[in-house]
Design a protein around this ligand. Structure first.
Ligand SMILES: C[S@@+](CC[C@H](N)C(=O)[O-])C[C@H]1O[C@@H](n2cnc3c(N)ncnc32)[C@H](O)[C@@H]1O
Length: 318
């Protein structure tokens, strides 16, 4: 089945999945801003069209389907539900994430269901979502693997940042943490720029793709791509890896959709990029299941995945 057809089926099946998704109570100016006619969005589309000479990913055809008022809803950036057993999966994932929450992130980060996020409330007063729980599990993994603590000054570069899910959670919890979000899809840059301002994340910068050359050497402790490179072409993944070499980023965190690290080409083919990681000098230092402490949650939790952490010697000649 070709990529467009697969994406369309996936998109429309989302309408039949369980769970409530609401825009929420938003001020009129926000509703007006989140419009396909927004001049800033149009300008980003124009600029990216010039910059993206070769196809960046399958997002070219997906972008038009993003619901700008429900961008945290099913399908757009973060899949959230299953046809069966969704509530059970969320309940198990919550119990797991709470048990693993050594930084106390559940008391620092909250969910409000705005912009369509699907939420559950198993404990009265504690609303949870995949956005919230995935971010907590990812941050806990990274802080344990890299040894940074809540008050440390840790700087991330979030490539394929979507609407800014991770950077919002990370900088809310870490008072001295900072993040830069970058993306090859104009709608994603537009939404992350809007959302991170909406959430008052003043230690997050959203850099448009055509300003990629403005990113500064030696200013990031970690680069990440969470569920983004699995949707990109190998050519574009190589572009990002070369930028990480230029920027001398020592660590790289990858969360792929599937078991291996591979691209999605526009004809539906999938190519491994292990060779490019090797060429750039990235060495695997840790690979761990998202739910590594429980086989049961690993099979019945919310979207199990692998976490891959790479290190690159910054004096590497590549
Ligand atoms: C499934 S979303 C994941 C978003 C975010 N990382 C998260 O975990 O919430 C995939 C993201 O990859 C971005 N993307 C698609 N092609 C890209 C490319 N060539 N380079 C960088 N990002 C890309 C999309 O715009 C989107 O933001």
């Amino acid at each position: 089945m070709n990529v467009k057809l697969k994406a369309a089926l996936w998109h429309y099946s989302g309408f039949f999945k369980p769970g409530r998704s609401r825009v929420g109570e938003l001020p009129a100016d926000v509703i007006q801003y989140l419009s396909p006619d927004n001049p800033f969005l149009k300008e980003l589309k124009r600029r990216y069209a010039v910059f993206n000479e070769s196809p960046h990913s399958s997002w070219a055809s997906w972008e038009g389907k993003v619901n700008l008022l429900k961008f945290r809803g099913e399908n757009d950036y973060v899949s959230q539900t299953y046809f069966l057993n969704t509530a059970r999966r969320y309940e198990m994932t919550l119990a797991y994430a709470e048990a693993m929450d050594t930084l106390g992130l559940f008391s620092l980060l909250k969910e409000d269901e705005l912009f369509g996020a699907k939420t559950w409330e198993f404990v009265p007063g504690q609303r949870i979502s995949r956005d919230l729980m995935d971010s907590i599990i990812e941050i806990t993994f990274l802080s344990q693997a890299l040894g940074f603590k809540l008050n440390d000054r840790f700087r991330i570069l979030d490539i394929g940042a979507g609407y800014g899910r991770f950077s919002h959670r990370f900088t809310t919890a870490f008072p001295n943490g900072s993040a830069t979000c970058i993306d090859a899809v104009p709608t994603s840059t537009f939404l992350s720029d809007f959302y991170l301002k909406f959430r008052n994340c003043d230690r997050v910068k959203v850099v448009p793709l055509n300003h990629v050359a403005d990113l500064q050497n030696g200013t990031y402790d970690l680069a990440m791509n969470i569920h983004s490179w699995s949707e990109c072409t190998k050519q574009f993944i190589t572009f990002w890896l070369d930028r990480l070499c230029d920027l001398k980023v020592p660590y790289l965190f990858i969360v792929p959709h599937f078991g291996n690290l591979s691209s999605l080409e526009t004809d539906g083919a999938s190519l491994t990029y292990d060779d490019e990681l090797e060429r750039c000098g990235f060495k695997l230092v840790l690979k761990q299941r998202k739910f590594h402490k429980s086989k049961l949650v690993d099979s019945l939790g919310v979207f199990p995945a692998d976490y891959w952490l790479f290190k690159r010697e910054i004096n590497s000649r590549v």
